[in-house]
Design a protein around this ligand. Structure first.
Ligand SMILES: Cc1cc2nc3c(=O)[nH]c(=O)nc-3n(C[C@H](O)[C@H](O)[C@H](O)COP(=O)(O)OP(=O)(O)OC[C@H]3O[C@@H](n4cnc5c(N)ncnc54)[C@H](O)[C@@H]3O)c2cc1C
Length: 411
């Protein structure tokens, strides 16, 4: 019996089934073939912390094949050549991928464009000239992006950024620094948020603009790759901008309206992170129940001990609730509602539920749960980090409270 009474529309169901077939055809066989390399977090990266060329080639192959098959950009707006399938499909696809792949078959995570790395509604706002120069390769997956909002002095309080785009000639010059930028070690373009109107920015009334900056532009420097908890290499980096020339065509969206663009990107990030939390939570619980039935202690399967199974039941309730909350938030977005409160609740809750399910699955596996072999610890560290990224748990609660104090009391 299906656990969800809510059914996906036919086109979403077909896309998710297509992705599942794609994983079987293009992803799992690559993990079987290159397992020794892909499974070893130390072998797969250089001493500088980036993927070795062989691994990078495999990741690129999967992304390009996914674009060719029509999955990579299926949720990007139709106006830029995407499938226009929206937020529910975005959630459903990522949830299924993470449910089936967990942390082990991680190539699968590259099948749908990550909200900051590939085609998204933010790309819709590129100028006609930027589109004519770059859009084709962004849509085909040949080139990727990263999202430079956070700075050493501005994280949760993103409106406090100091990176400055000052008028110069017909365009601007860019100076400043970004940090924690995911995909920066590999990206061809950086979506940079910078102050263009200092007085408005200081008053928190706009004054921040968005630019598409080629990663190889003169004056752009990748300061360092950041190795996060649980990673031998780094997907995040710190970037420096020193007198980078910005041409008018590099502006993304309207001058001074960058904060709205940032929130649009972050919203999609919240759906993505809810999806992977639910997906990996389900993956972990399925492993834990299978192990509990197979593993014996004191002459009985450990599944007979409620000390083992009740925490799993708690997590089953939480992951199920997170699933329903996320589906609801994604649907509301597709219906045109801002769903600020609902999406904040879904992301905050799903990430905590997912991380706790991982923690409990690790415990149910005993020492085996602590090994790199199962990937449970890797998945746990991933979700634990997401408790800070794309709106920390505290900032999401702050948003929920602000909405409710403002009269949005519907639950
Ligand atoms: C894995 C990962 C990937 C990331 N990728 C990107 C990326 O691609 N691009 C990008 O721009 N950024 C990225 N970030 C940065 C992320 O957006 C910031 O880490 C996040 O906004 C929090 O900012 P901070 O780390 O500076 O913490 P701070 O803002 O310094 O907060 C520190 C602590 O104080 C809490 N806090 C702050 N203000 C309040 C408040 N008003 N009420 C209650 N608690 C508060 C926070 O919740 C947090 O616990 C990434 C972060 C991580 C962990």
């Amino acid at each position: 019996m299906p656990a969800l009474a809510i059914d996906y529309p036919d086109e979403v169901r077909a896309a998710v089934e297509g992705i599942e077939a794609f994983l079987r055809r293009e992803v799992f066989p690559r993990h079987d073939k290159h397992g020794a390399l892909l499974d070893d977090p130390h072998r797969r990266v250089t001493s500088a912390g980036v993927f070795i060329p062989e691994v990078r080639k495999i990741v690129d192959e999967v992304r390009l094949a996914a674009a060719e098959a029509g999955f990579y950009a299926m949720c990007a707006p139709k106006s830029i050549g995407g499938g226009g399938m929206g937020c529910l499909a975005y959630f459903a696809a990522h949830e299924r991928i993470h449910h089936l792949c967990g942390a082990k078959a991680w190539l699968g995570h590259h099948v749908i464009s990550h909200w900051a790395k590939g085609p998204s509604p933010v790309i819709e706002k590129l100028t006609a000239e930027a589109k004519s120069r770059f859009l084709a390769k962004i849509m085909s997956g040949e080139q990727t992006l990263c999202f430079g909002l956070s700075e050493p002095g501005a994280g949760s309080d993103a409106a406090a950024i100091k990176t400055r785009a000052s008028p110069e000639g017909e365009g601007w010059r860019l100076d400043g620094a970004k940090i924690w930028t995911t995909n920066a070690p590999y990206a061809d373009f950086i979506i940079v948020f910078a102050v263009t109107g200092p007085e408005r920015a200081a008053a928190r009334r706009g004054g921040i603009s968005t630019f598409l900056v080629p990663a190889k532009a003169e004056g752009v420097k990748l300061d360092r790759i950041i190795r996060m908890w649980g990673s031998a290499g780094g997907d995040e980096a710190a970037i420096h901008f020193d007198h980078v020339r910005l041409e008018p065509y590099m502006l993304v969206g309207e001058l001074g309206a960058g904060f709205a663009t940032a929130l649009q990107g972050v919203d999609l990030g919240r759906i993505y992170n809810s999806a992977r939390s639910v997906g990996m939570g389900r993956w972990a619980l399925e492993m834990a129940f299978a192990y509990a039935k197979a593993r014996e202690a004191f002459g009985h399967p450990i599944s007979e001990y409620q000390g083992v199974t009740f925490p799993l039941a708690d997590s089953a309730m939480q992951v199920h609730a997170a699933h329903l909350m996320s589906l609801n938030a994604a649907r509301l977005k597709d219906m045109g509602h801002p769903a600020v409160k609902e999406l904040s609740m879904a992301k905050a809750y799903a990430v905590q539920a997912g991380a706790l399910a991982l923690d409990r699955a690790i415990q149910a596996h005993g020492a085996m749960g602590m090994t790199n072999e199962l990937g449970l610890t890797e998945a746990y560290t991933t979700l634990r980090k997401v408790n800070v990224a794309d709106g920390s748990n505290e900032i999401l609660r702050r948003t929920i409270v602000r909405r409710m104090l403002g009269g949005d009391l519907d639950l």
